[in-house]
Design a protein around this ligand. Structure first.
Ligand SMILES: Cc1cc2nc3c(=O)[nH]c(=O)nc-3n(C[C@H](O)[C@H](O)[C@H](O)COP(=O)(O)OP(=O)(O)OC[C@H]3O[C@@H](n4cnc5c(N)ncnc54)[C@H](O)[C@@H]3O)c2cc1C
Length: 409
């Protein structure tokens, strides 16, 4: 059987694993990357520590218009396969409450072992070459870059999406796939900060507090998450905001009304909070309202909530009326932020949207529209929640595409 020449466009997370896998399966491999080095984005992952997968690996951690493909992918290359893949490359891994990192806590460890394997497998790496066009010919594919022309029997498009374009993924992959007739689900920023309406944000900027964030689109709850909320001078950020942000971005794209309801004290129900306040008034009723809440909320937050509830900060807690208490409860546990935008792709960790998964063979990652064309990673309309799921998706789809692209003709 003739040795196949597999060309991989994009030397990021999925492209690197695809290249290694295709080479291990016996293919001749060329990896084309437009940046001056491979895997730039990997270095920024997990705050420079690379959260490469998660012990809790379940299809429900992935989103998209049609997520059926996820189970098929994880069945072939799930959590355990990722662990084995990196352990075989020599990495000792560390488990932090299910989140997996290299023991070195350095993302460069992951990139280094991948690059060493690329080199060991004799993969031909072309750096600083941007693929501008791909043509399907009777003999395979003709790939044009800004500097050269390459011929391949199979092509793996591993160009990523368009989040964090400074790290390489500038969205050029979308025009390449459109050339083959693929359709896209609208691409929006995800795992990103949300901009809120209102002039009060400056007053509470810098506050970090545990909170539950519930996202509503047209008044319907679509997602919620609890964790460390960060208040900024333009809106809300932090993990719980990132987790719900793709729904906000999609809603805003569809010109729908998007709001976030913030519960600043998720450890108590509304009823528990009211009875807690009443008991506290019995004990500390002589304290001024602003002092009375110290120990419950962040100082800056107390100031804002009292101001909106029109409770004078020097009012004795015992004089707070039932009506004021109900309003305070509403603000503290059901604070509504009207979302007017997300931060841009530059600040987003990933994109939501991309190539429709119904146009991909879920067992091989081959395009259903073009034979010998394979698609991986963030280019596809699947986005994972925070916690190592996006890299898991990249490694898994890269592995499957690499394995199948290398198979003889
Ligand atoms: C700041 C940050 C932190 C993150 N942290 C985590 C984390 O801890 N855990 C996690 O699971 N996920 C994390 N992610 C998300 C994760 O990094 C991505 O989902 C993943 O890298 C996507 O892999 P990919 O192979 O699809 O694309 P990418 O890794 O983006 O790689 C695409 C590559 O293709 C190249 N390319 C694009 N177009 C062309 C072209 N036309 N010609 C040649 N080359 C091209 C690009 O230069 C790039 O190198 C983070 C993302 C960011 C931005």
């Amino acid at each position: 059987m003739k040795q196949k020449h597999v060309i991989i466009v994009g030397g990021g997370a999925s492209g690197l694993v695809a290249a290694i896998t295709a080479a291990r399966e016996g293919a001749r491999v060329t990896l084309i990357e437009q940046k001056d080095r491979l895997g730039k984005k990997i270095l920024s992952t997990g705050n420079g520590r690379c959260n490469l997968t998660n012990e809790y690996m379940n299809p429900d951690c992935f989103r998209g218009d049609d997520t059926e493909i996820v189970s098929a992918v994880l069945k072939q290359f799930g959590y355990q396969e990722t662990i084995s893949f990196f352990e075989e490359l020599g990495v000792i891994l560390k488990n932090r409450q299910g989140y997996i990192y290299p023991i070195t806590d350095q993302a460069s460890t992951i990139l280094d072992v991948l690059c060493m394997e690329v080199s060991r497998m004799g993969i031909n790496v072309l750096l600083e070459q941007s693929v501008t066009g791909i043509a399907h010919t009777s003999k395979g594919f003709l790939i044009r870059t800004n500097k050269s022309t390459q011929h391949g029997d199979a092509v793996i498009l591993a160009t990523g999406g368009k989040a964090a374009p400074a790290l390489g993924s500038d969205g050029s992959g979308y025009s390449l796939v459109k050339g083959f007739g693929h359709r896209l689900s609208p691409v929006v920023p995800a795992l990103v900060q949300l901009k809120g309406k209102g002039n009060f944000f400056k007053q509470i900027a810098g506050v970090r507090t545990n909170a539950k964030v519930t996202l509503l689109v047209e008044g319907e709850t679509v997602s919620s998450d609890t964790g460390e909320l960060q208040l900024t001078n333009y809106g809300i950020s932090g993990i719980p905001v990132f987790q719900v942000s793709r729904y906000a971005a999609k809603g805003l794209y569809e010109k729908k009304k998007v709001t976030a309801e913030v519960d600043f004290l998720p450890v108590m129900s509304d009823e528990e909070f009211v009875s807690f306040l009443k008991k506290r008034i019995e004990k500390h009723g002589d304290k001024h309202a602003e002092d009375f809440l110290v120990g419950v909320f962040h100082q800056k937050l107390i100031g804002l909530l009292l101001k909106i509830a029109r409770i004078p900060s020097n009012l004795n807690a015992s004089e707070i009326t039932e009506q004021q208490m109900q309003l305070f409860l509403k603000l503290a546990k059901h604070f509504i932020v009207e979302i007017e935008g997300t931060n841009d792709f530059e600040q987003a960790q990933i994109c939501a949207g991309g190539v429709r998964t119904t146009e991909i063979n879920s067992s091989t990652m081959e395009s259903l529209l073009a034979k010998d064309l394979y698609l991986t990673g963030e280019l596809l309309d699947i986005d994972g929640i925070c916690g190592g799921y996006n890299l898991q998706w990249a490694w898994a789809t890269g592995y499957i595409a690499g394995k199948n692209a290398a198979k003889g003709r």
